[in-house]
Design a protein around this ligand. Structure first.
Ligand code: SF4
Ligand SMILES: [Zn+2]
Length: 126
């Protein structure tokens, strides 16, 4: 399934945030540690299956809540740390992320509601 600019940008944003977080919390060989690779892969898969795609709201405003509680907390921790550190190295991604939070969340159409991967324990990141 081809992805649009919105999802591609979100993937770049979370990838950049994970790189900042991992660099400062898990020093080691170049690149992300195994734990952060796993978290990034999870976040990318959420984006791949996000029912809103190009209309995607900020995840904290979303009515679907497709993240597990544990993963939500982990991604929120990454965003809390890396968000303020994004502006200098990634000003465009940073601005896009801020604007996304100001945009009202769309309603999920009934036709697409059944296509999500929501589970009862699922919740959403920032
Ligand atoms: S929480 Fe909502 S907006 Fe975020 S990826 Fe999941 S379904 Fe999409
Ligand atoms: Zn790491």
């Amino acid at each position: 399934m081809p992805f649009g600019r919105r999802i591609a940008r979100e993937k770049k944003t979370i990838t950049a945030m994970m790189a900042i977080y991992c660099r400062d919390h898990h020093p080691g060989p170049k690149g992300l540690c195994v734990e952060c690779v796993s978290l990034l892969d999870y976040a990318h898969r959420r984006l791949d299956t996000c029912p809103f795609q190009e209309e995607k709201p900020a995840c904290n405003l979303c009515e679907v809540h497709c993240y597990s509680a544990l993963m939500r907390e982990r991604v929120r921790e990454v965003m809390r740390y890396s968000g303020p550190r994004m502006l200098w190295p990634h000003p465009i991604l940073s601005l896009g992320h801020i604007l996304d939070k100001l945009r009202p969340a769309p309603q999920l159409k009934k036709a697409t509601r059944g296509q999500t991967n929501k589970t009862p324990s699922d919740t959403t990141p920032e």
